[in-house]
Design a protein around this ligand. Sequence first.
Ligand SMILES: [Zn+2]
Length: 102
Amino acid sequence: MSVLNIFRRIDRRFWFICHNCLMRTNHDTVQSVFYSENPQVNLMGRPTMLCPRCNDANTRSFQELKEEGSQSALWGLERLVRKYPRSRFKVRRAAETTKAAS
Ligand SMILES: [Zn+2]
C-alpha cells in the first residue's frame, strides 16, 4: 500500500519521453522514458530537455503531453513508470560519463 502511494505521485515536469529513442529502440518505451531534474536548454524559444541516452532534443515532458491533450499516451506512460523503481529511469548522461573518465 505505502509503495503504491509513493509511485502514485508522478511529478510530470521531471518525466520525459524521447521520440528519437522510441524510433531507435523500435518503440521500447522503457528504453525511451527518462526522469531528470536537470535544467532544460532553451532551444528555439522552447525549454527542452536533452535526452541523456542519445543527446537528442526530440523529447516531451509528461507535463507537455498533458497540455497537448495526449491523454491516452500519457496514461500508458504513467502506468509504465509505476511498474518500475524510479532509478530505472534515471539515466546517466553519456557525455558526463566520458568527461569524468578523462
Ligand atoms: Zn533519446
